[in-house]
Design a protein around this ligand. Structure first.
Ligand code: FAD
Length: 467
């Protein structure tokens, strides 16, 4: 009998409880004419992916999207299994056996490497690690960042680079009012960093910042923004790019904002954010730790397809610094037993249907959505449309009889998971963690004080969740 009825609901596992996972769950649970049951898995006891562990603490409004996900979690047919890492506690094959379909939405966890000498010196970190640390991700609870130097260099011109720059430039009082991890608030309070230099490989017209993020860098309470007028002056390639259809309003507005920054006189604030353009790191140097970074000056040109590219002029500059944060893009990692495109760092797929690398054909009942499907781009809302495409493919396959016919009943799946992971956290368990975090935050006027250790979270989930 085709699944999707009251007697035989469509049973779907979703691996990863970030935006893509929650949007896919909502779309399945609301699908017309189909009765679905959805189990959302996460390796952490806490849901919401990068909305909890990525979005900057000083942008609390963006986290209000969680209320939408809470409504999904309240729907009949929704279950959360926190603490299950697919690839560790269960394999993709074991999931495939137990569900009619599995959607992988596990995001892209690691930063791209620069591939330059000195990249691994102590004091040089992926921005991902710094972000995860200040947001209280349990994997980074014991990470250490040496903030005793006066200058940090941030490599990259995207919104994550803007986030980490702001975090280094926020006054203590502003940071202390957020849900940033306590260990980060304390470490940043003692920070000696006075200057944050942000390096962009190309020019202001090609920076990947969105307009509000770049504007915000010029509105910091205790930091001046410094831009050298010569570096925002447009070269021929950028002028042609801006005049062409390839540029969008964001590019043009960024140039205006950055040009206005270049006209400003520094107000002598205690910290400085220095935005540099057409600069690429070529080596990180130091005796046992980061002491300086060697930077190449680039010139820009348009290639045969009209894309603006950077070319090393051979000119070098050395910037003394004690901390380097690399933010040149995130990259997914594969899970054993699941197709993976190592070159692009994503799961190969067509409209969300995971493709067998050997045959190029869809693997029946296996799908992907979100960053692990399309790579790390777009805002939170982009994942909604992206998940919809995947769910549409899944429902079309259901209608065409292309899904595996059998699935286990919900109770036996839960028994199987509890054997594999005795510290399984249910949605009620997460609600207990959530309530405890909020009440810890209340006396301090903060949205929450996060638990940063898995065993603490599991304990709170156990004591607070109704049996
Ligand atoms: P994720 O949100 O990464 O969720 C993936 C989930 O899968 C995680 O919960 C993870 O724990 C889980 N997981 C991973 N591996 C496994 C496994 N093996 N088994 C089980 N579970 C697993 N967008 C905005 O609109 N505004 C912002 O301000 C903003 N700020 C950002 C700041 C940073 C630092 C970053 C990196 C991104 C930011 N984004 C922002 C983008 C936004 O966070 C992403 O678009 C979105 O989170 C991607 O959703 P996702 O569901 O694909 O992945």
């Amino acid at each position: 009998m085709t699944p999707g009825t009251e007697e035989n609901p469509l049973r779907v596992a979703i691996v990863g409880s970030g935006p893509a996972g929650f949007y896919a769950a909502e779309q399945l649970l609301r699908a017309d004419g189909v009765v679905a049951e959805v189990d959302v898995y996460d390796r952490l006891p806490t849901p919401f992916g990068l909305v909890r562990a990525g979005v900057a603490p000083d942008h609390p409004k963006l986290k209000s999207v969680i209320r939408v996900y809470e409504k999904t979690a309240a729907r009949e047919g929704f279950r959360f299994f926190g603490g299950i890492e697919v690839g560790t506690h269960v394999t993709p094959a074991e999931l495939a056996q137990r569900y009619h379909a599995v959607i992988y939405t596990y995001g892209t966890a690691t930063d791209r490497q620069l591939g330059i000498p000195g990249e691994d010196l102590p004091g040089s970190h992926a921005a991902t690690e710094f972000v995860a640390w200040y947001n209280g991700h349990p994997d980074f609870a014991d990470a250490r960042f040496d903030l005793s130097c006066e200058r940090a260099v941030v490599i990259g011109n995207g919104n994550v680079a803007a986030d980490v720059t702001r975090m280094l430039a926020l006054p203590h009082e502003e940071l202390a009012a957020t849900d940033a991890a306590d260990h980060a608030i304390e470490a940043l309070r003692q920070s000696s960093i006075r200057e944050i230099v942000v390096l962009g490989r190309r020019g202001p017209a090609q920076a990947a910042f969105t307009n509000p993020e770049v504007r915000e860098l010029g509105e910091m309470t205790i930091a001046d923004v410094i831009v050298d007028p010569a570096e925002v002056e447009l070269d021929d390639a950028s002028r042609e790019f801006l005049a062409s259809g390839a540029a969008d309003p964001t590019n043009r507005r960024n140039v205006e904002i950055l040009t206005e920054f270049a006209r400003r006189k520094p107000q002598g604030k205690e910290r400085r954010i220095v935005l540099r353009f057409r600069r690429s790191p070529v080596e990180i140097q130091g005796d046992g730790r980061v002491e300086r970074i060697v930077v190449a000056r680039n010139e820009l040109y348009r290639d045969d397809e009209g894309n603006v590219r950077a070319r090393d002029t051979g000119e070098r500059e050395t910037i003394e610094c004690g901390l380097v944060l690399r933010s040149i893009g995130y990259r997914g990692v594969g899970i054993d037993g699941l197709p993976f495109d190592e070159r692009r760092g994503v799961i190969p797929n067509e409209a969300g249907r995971v493709l067998d690398p050997g045959s190029g054909e869809p693997v029946p009942g296996v799908y992907a959505a979100g960053w692990i499907k399309r790579g790390p781009s777009g805002v939170i809302g982009t994942n909604k449309k992206d998940a919809q495409e995947t769910v549409d493919s899944l429902l079309a396959d259901l209608a065409a009889g292309r899904l595996p016919a059998d699935a286990d009943d919900p109770e036996s799946v839960e028994r199987f998971l509890s054997e594999r992971q005795p510290s399984l956290v249910s949605y009620a368990g997460w609600e207990a963690i959530d309530a405890a975090e909020r009440s810890r935050g209340e006396p301090q006027g903060r949205p929450r004080v996060k638990f940063v250790r898995v065993d603490e979270m599991v304990e709170v989930a156990r004591s607070g969740a109704p049996a």
